[in-house]
Design a protein around this ligand. Sequence first.
Ligand SMILES: Nc1ncnc2c1ncn2[C@@H]1O[C@H](COP(=O)(O)OP(=O)(O)OP(=O)(O)O)[C@@H](O)[C@H]1O
Ligand SMILES: [Mg+2]
Length: 248
Amino acid sequence: MNPILEATNLSKTFAGMRAVNDVHIELYTDRVTGIIGPNGAGKTTLVHLLTGHVQPDQGQIHFEGRDITRLSADQRVMGQVCRTFQVVDIFPRLTVFENIQIARITREAKNLRWFGGAAKEAREAVEAALEEVGMWGFRNRRAEQLSHGQQRRIDLAVTLATDPKLCFLDEPTSGVSPKERDQMLELIARLAEAKRTTFVLIEHDMEVIFNLCAHVICMHRGAILAEGTPDDIRANKEIKEIYLGEEV
Ligand SMILES: Nc1ncnc2c1ncn2[C@@H]1O[C@H](COP(=O)(O)OP(=O)(O)OP(=O)(O)O)[C@@H](O)[C@H]1O
Ligand SMILES: [Mg+2]
């Protein structure tokens, strides 16, 4: 099987500091990949690079065999590489429905497909995304009226409404209550099981990663320190040392 995304020799320096250092990564559609690593390891920067939010200093990114290295984030969304952000990124004064609609309409407009049946198709995609994340009943609420966990689900629906093939989730449970966290994790597991999209999950909680991901990549100081199955990662001495004192 070919990887859906492959990046080679990827590097990014900020003010003389290598946030991502010569990374080679392959992502496959048949598994959820987890990215772990201590604060500042370069996880978010790597996702920024792969999704076009930051341009690399060096390296190539291929998606479904095509070179997307120089494509913008919007162009990548059209090519169906999407992500949610570490911090919730929705419009607080708009309704839940409008938040998701905007993402879909933006995609259609940029595709120059805002004609004919596209409007109906877009509405259906928004409705489907709302159903998928269990937020249909909240569609007319303003986003600001929702709990943080619900806003995170809207964030996910925004991404799903663009029909991603590959979807990066940057700490999707950070800052939410334990109950909402469990609901979010169940939701991700269900969507992954249904092959809705290929997820790549960044998380600090090892148990979450080990439960959800068949393949785990550990970053440290901008580089990939190790990768493998959850069992491989659990047994890795270097990783244990990095997380000194933490249960792995
Ligand atoms: N825009 C930026 N300008 C300058 N430095 C940056 C920028 N973005 C990230 N960095 C630096 O790059 C390094 C990697 O940061 P990054 O946010 O990718 O880490 P992370 O693994 O996502 O950490 P966390 O677990 O805290 O989210 C850090 O030292 C950070 O300070
Ligand atoms: Mg981060």
